[in-house]
Design a protein around this ligand. Structure first.
Ligand code: MOS
Length: 782
């Protein structure tokens, strides 16, 4: 990736960097599989249903039980609590009982003396299952009334009345496929018995409390008897927000029954087959515009493929509705969403959480409108960008950076020149074409479920001046721990090396919200900020008392007032003048004076609310905006392509760590491009995953990453409720990748103006080739 423009952000507090980088680089970081095993540890492996839907007649475990090393095989009959792990809706048994609902659904759990023995025994399990009809299509499921939760509709204005004012009305259908998370570290857990019938679980989870709760439900233990601890994850991307729980519950159940430690780290293929993915969506749109391209009305129906159980689908569905108008103001909107129950593994959170699926549809509608109106899509996009004060369909008013990002991108990257280059190239080349597209984004920050927007931090200062920091945040590579260290180091104004962040533990921090929704740094960072300030407030009077008792420590002879005490770079200042009292001496003085050096703080995002009966409110603390300009080159003989460049202006607020934020942006774009162009999840009609290995499921590698990613930060200093005004960065950049789909589409149309490409993602080379040589408008879609 190319070097980027010099960042125009403010100073970076607290020694901004990724504090995990040295240990990662040396291979010293501890992931689940690196935890030293306790003597006597046993190993689990799950037997998943070989078919997608059926009635279990009989389970044959005899041969497996006889296999060498097998200690015990668990089924639903062994569940000491309740056989249920559904979080939002209690519709998901841990073990299948009488029926299986998807391929890979756990039916039995083998525990043996080694991984290999457990897996071998699993291969000897046989099940007689009478097959039942399988549904993989969400529209089919909806037609039969197979819904996870009742449908939801967001409304603004009056679409029915608006159509008559529209000069152009465009209708169509879109499809977006799922996406495999492919975190580098697969799912896993390691459960250890503790005294007095308690249990400790190491889990690769984004949600320690959800894991604790699920373990409690399955085992029947109270939450206080279950400690869940997470050092870090080798990636999550949403795949471990809900779906880490089952593996932890299996290990915990076996651990309690056997009184021995039990570990289960999933082999890659099991992980790919048994876990859910990004939700595929099928959608219908209707867009109405005036002659100038101003959008007057938008109606959309979303059919979400939820899979066999609710998992997080209702929440994902909601975010699709929240983001259905992307960064545009549309005065009349009616958006309805159906969460459809099919026989696929329960689909789950994935970076963007339904938002990208909603945004693709409005971008498709605009692209189709541009064709009809004979104007560039960019003109329609730009003419409809949100302005501050515009109302979202859910009632919140925008504080918009949409125009600022768009205009800065046009100027900074020289859009006239870029467009001319594409035009010149296409005029000169017959069998290679370039395409260019803009992708503006707008993403709301906060959990849409308001109650989840709370977090806690525990800060201890030890008598040597070193600081221990615990939060509910889970580090999964995104750098949240680095940001937490920065917050503490900045508030105390001490060297970041004095601050150590502890593993995330339900013993230290209770009732954590998942590390998700891009909100982890904000929520936990605000709690850290509060805790450090509380300690600092107790240190000021100590410093004043010390200085008053020892005049030799200071230059001025006047009595020191606690209010005039400051700490800067580890030194106490009085009234702006340095003293010779250091942080470490101050801490010891506080201890001697029996002043508390510990604090536990609680933060709850202010101002947010949502009324589900009206589907209106103010659900987000703020929005993140941005604009990407994507250019692509297409080989018109073979359908192969490359993404030349993604040039971005990203609204970071006042970024507190440009290194981490840039990393999130680059990673998000590549992941988004993968979803839109190459990652093809294929289930057959029997609900079996065909793309179940990395030879049949193509993810972007370094060769398919854009040749250039340019990131410019739009620096803003609004009081935005973000930690240190540094806006959330986890999910929004993924949606820049949607621009790649439309850049490729434009390249196809440069070769074949008759192409009416279905709005069907991913746009694989095969589909590109079909579009390049399509003779007549497709009747399928588009
Ligand atoms: Mo994230 S997709 O909100 O776990």
């Amino acid at each position: 990736m190319s070097a980027n423009k010099k960042p125009n952000a403010g100073p970076q507090p607290g020694g901004a960097r990724h504090f995990d980088a040295p240990a990662h680089t040396r291979g010293q970081s501890i992931f689940l599989d690196d935890i030293p095993l306790v003597h006597g540890t046993l190993f689990g492996a799950a037997f998943g249903s070989p078919i997608a839907h059926g009635h279990i007649r009989q389970l044959h475990l005899d041969e497996a039980v006889q296999c060498p090393g097998v200690v015990r095989i668990f089924t639903h009959k062994d569940v000491s609590g309740e056989n249920q792990i559904g979080g939002i809706v209690p519709d998901e048994p841990l073990f299948a009982e009488t029926h299986v609902h998807y391929c890979g659904m756990p039916v039995a759990f083998v525990v043996a003396t080694s991984d290999a023995a457990a897996r071998h025994a699993v291969s000897k399990i046989k099940a007689d299952i009478d097959p039942l009809p399988v549904t993989t299509d969400p529209r089919e499921a909806q037609a039969r009334g197979e819904l996870i939760v009742p449908p939801r509709t967001f409304r603004l204005g009056d679409t029915a009345a608006a159509w008559q004012h529209c000069i152009h009305i465009i209708e169509g259908r879109t499809e977006t496929n799922g996406q495999e998370h492919l975190y580098i570290e697969t799912q896993g857990a390691y459960a250890l018995p503790q005294e007095n019938n308690a249990i400790r679980v190491y889990s690769s989870t984004q949600a320690p409390t959800a894991t604790q709760r699920a373990v409690g439900k399955i085992t029947g233990l109270a939450m206080h008897a279950i400690d869940v601890e997470v050092t870090r994850l080798g990636g999550g991307f949403g795949g471990k927000e809900d779906q880490a729980n089952g593996w932890a519950a299996l290990c915990a159940l076996a651990c309690l029954h056997l009184g021995t430690p039990v570990k289960y780290a999933l082999p890659r293929t099991d992980d790919i087959v048994m876990t859910g993915k990004r939700h595929p969506y099928s959608s219908d749109f209707k867009l109405g515009l005036d002659a100038e391209g101003k959008i007057l009305a938008y109606e959309v129906s979303f059919y979400q493929n939820a899979g066999a159980a609710a998992d997080l689908s209702p929440a994902v569905l909601e975010r699709t509705l929240f983001h259905c108008t992307n960064s545009y103001y549309i005065p009349n909107v009616k958006a309805t969403a159906y969460s459809c129950r099919t026989h696929l593994p329960p689909n789950t959170a994935f970076r963007g959480f339904g938002g990208p699926q909603g945004m693709f549809v409005i971008e498709a509608a605009i692209a189709k409108a541009a064709e009809t109106l004979g104007m560039p899509a960019t003109r329609i996009q730009k003419a409809n960008l949100l302005r501050s004060g515009d109302e979202f369909p859910y009632g919140q008013k925008a504080v918009s950076e949409a125009h600022a990002c768009w205009q800065k991108a046009e100027q900074l990257y020289g859009i006239d020149v870029l467009e001319q280059q594409v035009e010149d190239f296409n005029a000169k080349h017959r069998l290679t074409k370039k395409g260019i597209a803009f992708m503006p984004i707008c993403f709301g920050i906060s959990f849409t479920k308001t109650l989840l927007n709370q977090a806690r931090a525990l800060v201890h200062v030890y008598t040597d001046g070193s600081v221990s920091l615990s939060t509910g945040a889970v580090e999964m590579g995104q750098g949240v721990n680095s940001k937490m260290i920065q917050v503490a180091a900045t508030v105390f104004s001490i060297d970041a090396a004095l601050v150590r962040i502890q593993a995330t533990s339900t013993q230290r921090i209770a009732n954590t919200s998942p590390s998700a929704a891009s909100a982890t740094a904000d929520l936990n960072g605000k709690a850290v900020e509060m805790a450090c300030h509380a300690i600092l407030d107790r240190l000021r009077p100590v410093a004043a008392a010390e200085l008053n008792a020892n005049p030799a420590l200071r230059s001025s002879q006047a009595t020191v007032d606690p209010a005039s005490i400051q700490i800067r770079n580890g030194l106490v200042y009085n009234d702006g003048e340095p003293t010779i009292l250091h942080w470490k001496q101050l801490i010891m003085a506080a201890y001697v004076r029996r002043v508390s050096l510990s604090e536990h703080s609680h933060y709850a995002t202010p101002q947010i609310h949502f009324d589900y009966t009206k589907e209106k409110g103010h659900p987000f603390a703020y929005h993140v905006y941005g604009t990407a300009i994507v250019t692509a080159t297409l080989d018109c003989l073979r359908g192969r392509y490359s993404i030349d460049a993604v040039k971005i202006v990203h609204d970071a607020g006042a970024s507190m760590n440009l290194t981490i934020d840039r990393g999130q942006i680059e990673g998000g774009i590549v992941q988004g491009i993968g979803w839109m162009t190459m990652e093809e999840v294929v289930y057959d009609e029997k609900g079996r995953l065909r793309s179940n290995t990395l030879s049949t499921y193509k993810v972007p590698d370094i060769y398919s990453a854009p040749a250039e990613i340019a990131v410019d930060f739009l620096h803003t200093d609004r009081n935005n409720l973000a930690v240190f005004r540094s806006k959330a960065v986890g999910e929004p950049p993924l949606m820049y990748g949607i621009g790649a789909w439309f850049a490729l589409r434009n390249a196809i149309r440069a070769f074949n103006p008759a192409a009416r490409l279905p709005f069907d993602a991913p746009l694989t080379p095969e589909k590109a080739l079909m579009g390049l040589y399509q003779k007549q408008p497709s009747h399928v879609a588009g």
